[in-house]
Ligand binder design. Structure first.
Ligand code: GLC
Length: 555
């Protein structure tokens, strides 16, 4: 694996709508991000991925873009974005934006023109089919529920395809003119000083054509898009072209949101000269998923979590560099999800931080994760904004769940858990905004906020700072960034332990339970590098781990 400038960095995801509101309209904005750059720098992060801040009707919170060359006024202006890029550069930080090009918004001028003249140039920017009788071209189910087909506005005899919401028509990547538009936009942003992109939902750009049905997997007679994606060949041709025509000349850093990739495709995706620099490891995220819906998902256990992480590490080997997460804007809060119910504590939060952060790969921190923000306790579906959560609520109800059961299940998985405003301090609205926040603040902000944790050496925030500093420590950087990952006592219940072996040998061990447990050390411990308890109890090479204790030892 070729070494790259970004391998030893730490990345951080900003969901701009909920990060920091500088003008009191209840919506976070780019000037707000600029005001918090020093906070992020002090935390130790280098790469900032900012979720979409382009003009958008917000049907899917900005992942429905109506203009790829501008900034939504609620977030600021292009000038603000230029200033952010410049202010970040001064601090040796790098900005990534979201590249959302599987689809655009139905309010984008391309789609408007396609509606005005479906047989003209822009009709071919989308997947538009004639409507015959009542038979749809195929039975694929949109990710947000219902058929992927929707009547084309103004043309009852035609329909268009949307794998996501109906306000997110899919762009026709088979059309070279569409691809040219995408590459033009990528280069336009990179010319402005952007360092790269997080690439949204990209595996969806290749459709299996001609359209055909797949076996229905719910009573609605529709089929999850995954079946079609597994069948579609040739996404690599598009991705290779996008790398060569879009990313290559600026050596852009890219992180792909890729699900469903096949083992044999890994070198093409993130090997040397892969389509992307890196991609997220979603193995723990997708674990337990059900084609029936969230109500039927299997909750991940600590042992499952460990197995998922190790499986991904083995699978990737030395092919490339994964990006590791415990949460993002599409997932529940990691500390509420991966730690069993009732066991979320400062110790367990720190343990989870150690476990994922020390894996081989690029660690991403999602805003608020560093202070241990938790899931929201929703008491009614009316508190939910997210379209996918609302759909899953109805899926659960239609499958026979009571209102309470449906609410319980969507509360666990809802994307809105991660989208509540960032908790800066204990003032009104958690210091996020002086106005009414667009989404309710988690009521626990009095206890969980940046201000309270910043000067507390025992806080989760201070612990994250230590973890980041350790990754950057010249004595350990080589081992932490490039050392092999070798699982230790892999089958031991509720223990997650692994070596990082390079110049030095480190043992990372976490007791994933309240009950203490002992483990035998293979070698004498030279030094305790990090510990979420004041002491590490080691006698005769036996390490005694307390309730959710995690240690990083140098052997
Ligand atoms: C990605 C985004 C998600 C969005 C979807 C459609 O999965 O992370 O938030 O809804 O793509 O753009």
């Amino acid at each position: 694996m070729e070494r790259k400038w970004w391998h030893d960095k730490v990345a951080y995801q900003i969901y701009p709508k909920s990060f920091f509101d500088s003008n009191g309209d209840g919506i976070g904005d780019i000037p707000g991000i600029i005001q918090k750059l020093d906070y992020l720098k002090d935390l130790g992060v280098d790469i900032l991925w900012i979720s979409p801040c382009y003009p958008s009707p917000f049907a899917d919170q900005g992942y429905d873009i109506s203009d790829y060359y501008d900034i939504h006024p609620a977030f600021g202006t292009l000038k603000d974005m230029d200033r952010l890029i410049e202010e970040a550069r001064k601090r040796e930080m790098y900005i990534l934006l979201d590249l959302v090009v599987n689809h655009c918004s139905d309010e984008h001028e391309w789609f408007q023109k396609a509606c005005a003249d479906p047989n003209g140039k822009y009709g071919n920017f989308f997947y538009i089919e004639n409507r015959k009788d009542d038979k749809l071209p195929c039975n694929w189910r949109s990710y947000f529920g219902g058929s992927v087909w929707e009547p084309l506005p103004g043309h009852p005899d035609k329909q268009y395809l949307h794998l996501f919401h109906k306000k997110q028509p899919d762009l026709n990547w088979e059309n070279p003119e569409v691809r040219e538009e995408v590459y033009k936009n990528i280069n336009w942003w990179l010319d402005r000083g952007l360092r790269g992109f997080r690439i949204d939902a990209i595996i969806n750009i290749k459709k299996k054509l001609p359209y055909k049905d797949y076996p229905a997997d719910r009573p609605d007679g529709l089929s999850c898009v995954d079946h079609m994606l597994a069948d579609a060949q040739g996404v690599g041709e598009f991705l290779g072209e996008m790398r060569d025509r879009g990313f290559a000349s600026h050596e852009a850093f890219t992180v792909g949101e890729v699900f469903n990739e096949k083992d044999e495709e890994l070198p093409d995706f993130i090997g040397d000269n892969g389509y992307f620099s890196t991609m997220f490891d979603f193995a723990p995220v997708v674990f337990g998923g059900s084609s029936k819906g969230w109500y039927d998902r299997k909750r991940i256990t600590p042992d499952d979590y460990k197995r998922c992480c190790f499986h991904s590490q083995k699978r990737i080997g030395d092919i490339g560099f994964l990006s590791n997460i415990i949460e993002n804007h599409d997932e529940p809060r990691g500390v509420s999800y991966y730690i069993p119910d009732g066991e979320t504590s400062l110790h367990s939060k720190k343990m989870l931080a150690v476990m994922y952060f020390m894996l081989k790969g690029l660690p991403f921190i999602y805003q608020g994760q560093e202070i241990g923000m938790e899931n929201m306790k929703f008491s009614s579906i009316d508190q939910i904004d997210d379209i996918s959560t609302i759909d899953e609520y109805h899926v659960a109800r239609n499958a026979g769940c009571t209102k309470e059961e449906a609410l319980k299940c969507i509360s666990l998985y809802s994307r809105d858990n991660a989208r509540t405003p960032m908790q800066w301090d204990s003032s009104e609205n958690a210091g996020f905004s002086s106005g009414k926040p667009w989404l309710n603040v988690n009521p626990n902000y009095n206890n969980i906020n940046v201000k309270k944790q910043w000067n507390d050496p025992d806080s989760l925030l201070s612990f994250y700072k230590e973890l980041i500093a350790l990754r950057k420590n010249p004595l350990y950087r080589e081992t932490i960034v490039y050392g092999d990952l070798i699982p230790y006592l892999e089958d031991r219940h509720n223990l997650m332990a692994y070596f990082r072996k390079g110049e030095r040998t480190l043992l990372v061990a976490g007791n994933f339970q309240k009950k203490s447990q002992d483990i035998q050390l293979p070698q004498k411990c030279q030094k305790v590098l990090l510990n979420n308890y004041p002491n590490a109890d080691i006698t005769d090479r036996v390490l005694h781990l307390k309730d959710y204790q995690a240690v990083i030892l140098e052997l």
